[in-house]
Write a protein that binds this ligand. Structure first.
Ligand code: SF4
Length: 706
């Protein structure tokens, strides 16, 4: 082992949910360097462009928040204050609102980038001691439809597969996802597997021809929103061709008869017309799936971020269930998590409708269990506000105070003009942040400087239920503090007991104890064990010495009351904002290869700007010709909610009638007209409350300088 590796700290990449292992080290000047951990089971030493440039985000502190700041009233400027002053005042304000308007007058809006321990203490504070369920996370914007889909079909929010299933699958159905850019290390494993085994089939479903299509056997370039129609058509063909697993259906599932009726409503030709694809490609897709021994479905935001996101998820999971491709090597429904710890946040109940360890808020026994364990106040049975609901309530004035942690809603929320009005109207805004860049800061009454990656300790869980420990390598600059410590200090200022944790390990121990006897039991884990085993997949009950379940449901006993998986019959109505004469095109949004979320980290790295220096509107050449738009022309994109002014790029990779904007950019040179979410709307899936980022009606015209 080299001298460098001997002193390296093992940690995990803080970008996507792949959860790649990183070795981080400092040189004699204290500068951080990173490399892929060759012994890590996820990435085996590989890193993508974002991961391999992570050290730049830590070494450059020029944008960091260094001291607590506060304004004494809305008309005064922010000024530097002590931690005690900032937290005492915030505690006093929160107490006043709670006393006057009740506990639901305050809320925490957090992030899938928070560590498990941070999520745990915030959730404990608001649900267990303040007495409100007003905690939600930006994971609501990306994962909540998948969470509901898993719960409705399998009984719990449990990803049944592991990454090693990639090398055992011979058919991949990748839908509403571009893993070549967004989960690159997972995709490299798929690419290598396909290269070594040319018989492996890859089907990509996406209205855009993305880089993931480069190794696809079939690209189904569907019309936006038609996923359910497509999945149902494939289900029909599998049934007609006798390619279902009748034994599995009979013994381990419910709902097949109704499902069969539903999918036979449309012929494959009708479905192809609705989806805008060739019926022969749907038939070929069903043939590949029917012939496969290992069938992996993979998806992300193209399915989740929809007003019918839950239906899309259910219609996809159905394909695994009717073919019996679940709970066995190389098979299963695999939602790829967008954020590094979206799963860890859900494990501790960090959503407005959840309780720790996958307990349900609407179950009185679960509420009593948690209350008894925490020893705080009665846990409210009323679900808290979800992400977009919080901002609507701020605008209406029913929510008085919001505490925003590690997320940048003024770029990431849909209909961001509404979010601006909301923050302007809020009585009290706390922003707990690493960077001084996020737009949210200009609305803050209090700014709390937080420690960044490598400056604090904790754990995260990746897309395959793998828990990693993140070591602290360097101190935070000046007065910045770890998020967990900030929350615990605040809770104590509020007078609450149970927040005097000695360290992060003690928080983990408390979380682990709460999971005992549940499906995500990690009561056998602690920091020493996680570090010793390098990484661990849950469950890990007391007495375990290693991860016991690489994949879930190998016994075909699901977590529903009947122990059977539920095949839901799903209608294929599209509930999005339809194009019309005024707004004739469909806008879809998404990520670029080298940027992450709202760019507060990746935007600091010059190398990462080389791939795409500025946002562009992607438009099909025929649509552009109809609008007299040439390559590079500045265009105005309007929806019913706002405007974007941006350069256009003409590309055949777009479906005709559909335009694309990247989601990352906020203000550029003081203009916020690059922001895709000026246009998107607040339409939600009725069950998951996930917004419809992938479909809204817009018009595009060439910009003429006044
Ligand atoms: Fe980080 Fe994801 Fe890239 Fe891995 S694939 S290095 S976790 S951004």
């Amino acid at each position: 082992m080299s001298a460098k590796k001997k002193t390296a700290f093992e940690t995990t990449c803080c970008y996507c949910g792949t959860g790649c292992g990183i070795l981080a080290h400092t040189d004699q000047k204290g500068k951080v360097g990173v490399e892929g951990n060759p012994e890590h089971p996820v990435n085996k030493g590989m890193l993508c462009s974002k991961g391999m440039n992570l050290h730049y985000t830590v070494n450059d502190c020029s944008d960091r928040l260094l001291f607590p700041q506060m304004r004494f009233n809305k008309n005064m400027p922010l000024q530097k204050v002590s931690w005690d002053d900032a937290l005492n005042r915030t505690a006093a304000v929160f107490k006043t609102f709670i006393q006057k308007y009740g506990p639901d007058s305050v809320a925490f809006y957090v992030s899938g980038q928070c560590l498990t321990e941070e999520y745990y203490v915030i959730n404990k504070l608001i649900k267990g001691f303040i007495g409100s369920n007003n905690i939600d996370t930006n994971s609501r914007l990306c994962m909540s439809s998948a969470v509901v889909g898993y719960k409705m079909a399998l009984g719990e929010d449990s990803v049944p597969v592991c990454y090693d299933d990639i090398e055992q699958a011979d058919c991949f159905f990748v839908t509403g996802a571009n893993p070549a850019w967004c989960h690159p290390i997972i995709w490299r494993r798929v690419e290598a597997h396909k290269a070594a085994n040319p018989h492996v089939k890859i089907i990509v479903v996406d209205p855009r021809k993305t880089d993931s299509c480069s190794i696809a056997d079939i690209h189904l370039q569907i019309n936006p929103g038609t996923d359910v129609t497509l999945n149902n058509a494939i289900g029909r063909l599998l049934i007609e061709n006798g390619k279902i697993d009748q034994q599995f259906i009979d013994d381990h599932s419910e709902g097949f008869a109704r499902y069969k009726e539903q999918v036979f409503i449309r012929t494959v030709e009708e479905a192809a017309l609705i989806c805008g694809v060739d019926a022969r490609d749907i038939i070929k897709t069903a043939r590949y799936i029917g012939a496969s021994k290992g069938f992996l479905t993979m998806w992300t935001m193209g399915l989740n971020q929809s007003s019918i996101g839950v239906n899309k998820n259910l219609s996809l999971i159905n394909l695994n269930l009717i073919t019996g491709h679940i709970g066995k090597p190389g098979s299963g429904p695999f939602s790829l998590t967008g954020q590094p710890n979206a799963m860890g946040g859900r494990e501790v109940g960090g959503l407005s409708n959840l309780l720790p360890a996958h307990r349900n808020l609407n179950n009185p026994l679960h509420r009593n269990e948690i209350q008894a364990f925490w020893g705080g106040t009665t846990i409210s049975e009323k679900p808290g506000l979800t992400a977009t609901e919080m901002f609507e309530a701020l605008e209406k004035g029913t929510l008085k105070a919001i505490w925003i942690i590690c997320t940048n809603p003024l770029v990431s929320l849909p209909d961001v003009r509404q979010a601006e009005r909301a923050l302007k109207n809020a009585k009290y805004v706390v922003v707990q942040e690493v960077s001084s860049k996020p737009e949210t800061l200009s609305y803050a009454d209090v700014i709390l400087p937080a420690a960044a990656w490598l400056e604090k300790e904790g754990t995260m869980t990746n897309s395959e239920r793998r828990i990693s420990h993140l070591a602290k390598l360097i101190d935070p600059p000046e007065e910045a503090l770890p998020d967990r410590e900030i929350i615990c200090r605040f809770a104590q200022k509020m007078g609450f007991k149970g927040f005097d944790f000695e360290n992060d390990a003690a928080v983990y121990d408390e979380h682990a104890a709460l999971t005992a006897g549940t499906s995500i039991d990690v009561s056998g884990l602690n920091y020493e064990l996680i570090k010793g085993l390098k990484t661990v997949q849950w469950p890990f009950p007391k007495g375990a010495t290693q991860s016991e379940s690489k994949r879930l449901f190998e016994d075909h006993l699901f977590l529903t009351p009947s122990k059977k998986a539920i095949i839901h019959s799903v209608e294929d109505a599209i509930m999005s904002e339809k194009p019309d004469d005024d707004y004739p095109l469909i806008l879809t949004t998404g990520r670029t290869r080298d940027q992450w979320h709202t760019m507060s980290k990746t935007g600091k790295v010059n190398k990462l700007k080389q791939h795409l220096a500025k946002p562009l509107l992607e438009i099909h050449p025929e649509d552009a010709a109809d609008l007299n738009i040439q390559e590079g022309d500045i265009v105005l994109v309007n929806s019913r909610r706002g405007e974007v002014r941006i350069a256009a790029t003409l590309t055949n990779s777009m479906k005709k009638g559909v335009v694309f904007l990247p989601m990352h950019w906020g203000k550029v040179l003081n203009s916020d007209l690059n922001r895709a979410n000026n246009l998107t709307n607040n339409l939600l899936d009725p069950i998951s409350k996930e917004p419809d980022f992938k479909f809204c009606a817009v018009k595009v015209v060439k910009y003429v300088k006044p």
